[in-house]
Design a protein around this ligand. Sequence first.
Ligand code: IPE
Ligand code: IPE
Ligand code: MG
Length: 255
Amino acid sequence: MEAEQTYKDRIDKERMPRHVAIIMDGNGRWAKKHGLARMFGHRQGVETVHRITEAAAEAGIRYLTLYAFSTENWNRPQQEVDALMELLVDTIAKETPTLMKNNVQLLTIGDLERLPKNAQDKFRHCMEQTSQNTGLRLVIALSYSSRWEIIRAVQQMAKEVQSGTLRVEDIDETTVSQHLTTCNIPDPDLLIRTSGELRISNFLLWQVAYSELYFTPCLWPDFTVEEFYKALIDYQGRERRFGKTSEQLNTENKG
Ligand code: IPE
Ligand code: IPE
Ligand code: MG
């Protein structure tokens, strides 16, 4: 408890990342470590989602994106996929009051249509219910992958060019960004991945172009608020240069 206070106190409220994205990984290994079936790890992972969402809302972070289920995760054993879908449905029903209490707005990115009908309904209902909330935007990536999203964007732009509503020479970074499922969401400032894997796994490839990356060996069910604060502090110690030199940034800051 005391350590949590210390980390919390070290966070600079003025330099909060606007958008934090997390690849929540390691539920299966956590379960294995405890001699349990994989689903217990996923259930424990939901507890972490609850904790971190509350901490992010309290810290004044504007956007928190959580990678919950990837396009590639459809290739897992059917039993695990079914159980995960069921867990999503239960979780969303259970967590909606907490989202309301914390003034959190729920958003989703990904191919929602691929989810079972009851999961789609639950998510749509929760998005509607929380749509007027003005605090943290919690973005859940469901049946999401970056390549899926980019293909979809390219197809849409091609159609617009075909129909004459978009000129090829007008396509720029903004046009591409606006055709992604994250169109109204700023790019992540900080990307966290738990469980020690050092890869992006098809997550927000376009959007993380200049994000700060933070990898921790901690398994997602073990990821505490304190660990989250540690990541924020680490982020705040970095110099984001965006291709410029350190000297340039120092002059700009003084000016
Ligand atoms: C992350 O945990 C959750 C999902 C991908 C749905 P994993 O299930 O990938 O856990 P590990 O990587 O097997 O430990
Ligand atoms: C990434 O985790 C996807 C989610 C966290 C939802 P995975 O466990 O599926 O990633 P890989 O397969 O190890 O790269
Ligand atoms: Mg994994």
